[in-house]
Design a protein around this ligand. Structure first.
Ligand SMILES: Cc1cc2nc3c(=O)[nH]c(=O)nc-3n(C[C@H](O)[C@H](O)[C@H](O)COP(=O)(O)OP(=O)(O)OC[C@H]3O[C@@H](n4cnc5c(N)ncnc54)[C@H](O)[C@@H]3O)c2cc1C
Length: 464
């Protein structure tokens, strides 16, 4: 029997989501439904939502090993952005201009769609469309924002972006050592916990059943399609949806489909009003720099600063364990980065630190697929860009499973097949190499040193 966890401790978002997180009943007998969904994160819940809202003749059950929002959906940085895990340049290279453009437009539309559903379902998730600001911190990062802008222009989407010089950028936010920025309005910030918990309630209002504290131990396909759990099986007449993101790697058949890569977050106490006068940031843009090790920032509705970064080392065998959520060295680096960015915040306390695994496919490309013959469907592989992408995935899966069309079926993530990751120890060697090289390259760039030997191999491995 599973010991009940204190789910509030997994993130500030779960702690402040507005409900007490008491688990829903678990599955205690076998049931028959049309669609059985593994995972009550955004992917599973958006799929259930659109299925029930648009095709109420289909019965839907969702199961989660813990509670709705336990995974990345209850822990993320709150960027609901028009960005995609694969860069515009790589999308053009791989799928051509037309498909890359269609995908990026669908991503922008997904940001608005999330806002519309929140309003329609009366979910107060602090949704605020303030845009995205990508900063060039240091002269060495200017080339990166210019090249991103050039790719948007190639896609014919240059008018959605604006290159800013240092002064223009400082009018929006005052961060140390900024040499320019790229701004787009295609992004919102939100409260991830309120979104996922509110969505779960909306899904139930529309008639789906959610079982929590119910681990799927195996799944089967074809005419016997079902999710197996200790309390019974959920047999699916039409589709089994595998929406467990990084945690899918715990299932034997999907062990090498993704790599669980940890993203970590530090959160400050509410910043006093006089410090906000120094910082600006009145527009609540989501903010990042060009670091390879990634930094992402949001300003919360109650006036805190959330600072996120990659960095916790990949663990052999794709191990997911809760001690990774609080990897001390990464959290110390986050605390230091906060003061580097905002020297005026010296002495501000970090009140929360948490993290969680994102699912990284071998080719960085998310997959949304459904095969009517095997009845297997999946949506996965967002590599840390899933808040809006899961909405697109949920709409796609719902229409594919229901046999209707929504015009998005030709997008390149539909029926995409990513190669499996290598078996261990090769996987461990490649991922650890990439992680440590990215850290070293960032440090060398920031200190004005020559990049380490092997840089081009690491950049090639991590190209997306
Ligand atoms: C720290 C962090 C910061 C992030 N920041 C951002 C951001 O700012 N913007 C952005 O766009 N994306 C961000 N992401 C990524 C984004 O949160 C995810 O891509 C998205 O939430 C994925 O949703 P999901 O439903 O596919 O997976 P999850 O939310 O991980 O949900 C999977 C669910 O499946 C359940 N499950 C797994 N295995 C089983 C099983 N065997 N049986 C039953 N249940 C199971 C889990 O308990 C979990 O609830 C971040 C992620 C993390 C971890």
């Amino acid at each position: 029997m599973q010991v009940l966890k204190d789910y509030r401790q997994f993130s500030f978002w779960l702690e402040t989501c507005g409900d007490d997180l008491t688990p829903r009943p678990s599955l205690s007998r076998s049931v028959d439904v049309d669609v059985a969904i593994l995972g009550a994160g955004y992917s599973g819940l958006w799929t259930a939502y659109y299925l029930r809202r648009d095709h109420p003749e289909l019965s839907v059950a969702v199961v989660d090993r813990d509670i709705a929002g336990f995974g990345a959906s209850g822990r993320n940085g709150g960027w609901c952005s028009g960005k995609f895990p694969v860069t515009a340049g790589r999308l053009i290279e791989r799928f051509g201009l037309k498909d890359a453009r269609a995908l990026m437009l669908a991503m922008c539309e997904s940001v608005d769609e999330v806002g519309h559903v929140l309003a329609a379902e009366q979910i107060d998730a602090h949704f605020r469309k303030g845009g995205i600001l990508s900063l060039a911190r240091g002269a060495h990062q200017v080339a990166s924002i210019r090249s991103s802008y050039a790719q948007w222009e190639r896609l014919g989407l240059g008018d959605r972006y604006r290159l800013l010089n240092a002064e223009e950028s400082a009018e929006l936010i005052r961060v140390a050592n900024v040499h320019g920025a790229l701004f787009t309005g295609d992004g919102a910030c939100l409260h991830p916990g309120r979104l996922v918990r509110g969505l779960a309630r909306a899904v139930e209002r529309h008639g789906a059943t959610i079982y929590e504290q119910t681990e799927v131990t195996a799944f089967s396909a074809g005419s016997g399609a079902a999710l197996q759990t200790p309390g019974g099986e959920i047999r699916a007449g039409r589709a089994v949806v595998l929406a467990g993101e990084a945690y899918l790697t715990r299932l034997r058949q999907l062990h090498r489909a993704l790599v669980p890569m940890y993203s970590l977050i530090g959160l400050t106490e509410p910043v006093p009003e006089d410090r906000w006068n120094d910082i600006g940031w009145r527009g609540h843009e989501t903010v990042s720099s060009q670091r390879l090790t990634v930094d992402y920032l949001t300003r919360t509705a109650d006036g805190r600063i959330l600072f996120g970064s990659r960095g916790a080392p990949y663990r052999f065998g794709s191990l997911i364990s809760e001690d990774q959520d609080r990897h001390t060295a990464t959290h110390a680096r986050i605390q230091q980065s906060l003061v580097d960015w905002f020297p005026t915040l010296k002495g501000i306390r970090m009140t929360h630190a948490w993290g969680g695994p994102v699912g990284m496919p071998r080719d960085w490309m998310p997959t949304v697929s459904f095969d009517p013959a095997s009845r297997l469907a999946t949506a996965r592989g967002y590599t840390g860009q899933g808040v809006s992408t899961t909405n697109l995935a949920g709409r796609l899966l719902a229409s594919m499973i229901a046999g209707s069309r929504n015009g998005l079926e030709t997008l390149p993530l539909v029926q995409h097949r990513s190669p499996n990751w290598e078996p261990e120890p090769l996987r461990w060697m490649a991922v650890r190499y990439m992680q440590s090289m990215f850290l070293e390259i960032d440090r060398a760039d920031e200190e004005g040193r020559q990049r380490p030997l092997g840089t081009s191999i690491a950049l090639w491995l991590g190209r997306h």
